[in-house]
Design a protein around this ligand. Structure first.
Ligand code: GRF
Length: 226
């Protein structure tokens, strides 16, 4: 059972749910979080099975059952709030949320995105990194705003792009790093105050002008200039 009586989370997914799986594993290994529910907009999302196997409440709010985004967002928000989470984690959640739900969840919803934001918002990030010839790739976790992949970035993990890389090898190498970033960032929320003030992230009341970076030991560090 993914419950340690710590930071109460709701995780939103649309598919595989490997980031959700990483949080479940970390919780079962002692991370002070409680995964109150996994909510998917797709009934067949594989991640729901993972959640169910670990005794986590599963909910489906299928976007196809609603006439438009507003109705879907309202149902999703009601479902989220029923679990009273302190943090809502979008982990491979493939729906864009409208202004109203984003405002309701402001400062307590985060999303993981497979690029070094602000570069490459949206889809096909691995392909675009290769096409641009970038030497580096990575993933970011940011506060959710009403701009796609656009909210303030809390944390990042970086990795080199190798000469022989394809989109597939980049994705495969990045995914385990995403999992570590996800766990470390949720741990940050569980142990520290992470809040937005005047559009600037503050960790324990100290401004964070640039994102925290995951080091080789899986710890989030401030960059040297901070
Ligand atoms: C991850 O690459 C994440 O960065 C992106 O969607 C993918 C979700 O994977 N937003 P999973 O469902 O957690 O396995």
């Amino acid at each position: 059972m993914a419950s340690r009586g710590g930071l109460r989370l709701v995780v939103l997914i649309s598919g595989r749910g490997s980031n959700l799986g990483a949080l479940i594993t970390a919780c079962e290994a002692g991370l002070a979080i409680e995964i109150a529910a996994a909510i998917s907009n797709r009934p067949g999302a594989a991640g729901l099975q993972t959640a169910q196997q670990h005794g986590i409440a599963c909910e489906v709010i299928d976007h196809q059952d609603y006439p438009g985004r507003e109705a879907f967002d309202a149902a999703l928000l009601a479902c989220i709030e029923a679990y009273q989470p302190r943090l809502v984690v979008l982990a491979g959640f493939m729906r864009i949320l409208g202004k109203s739900i984003v405002q309701h969840l402001a400062g307590r919803s985060i999303n993981i995105h497979p690029s070094l934001l602000p570069a490459y918002t949206g889809f096909n990030t691995h392909e675009r990194v290769l096409a641009a010839g970038d030497p580096e790739h990575g993933a970011s976790i940011h506060f959710v705003s009403d701009e796609l992949d656009g909210g303030p970035v809390i944390s990042q993990v970086r990795m080199p792009v190798l000469a022989q890389d394809t989109a597939e090898t980049l994705a495969a190498r990045l995914l385990p790093l995403e999992h570590r970033l996800m766990v470390a960032t949720v741990e940050l929320f569980s142990e520290h105050s992470v809040e937005m003030r005047d559009d600037v992230i503050h960790v324990d009341k100290k401004p964070l002008p640039t994102p925290l970076v995951l080091d080789a030991d899986g710890r989030l560090c401030r960059t040297a200039d901070q």
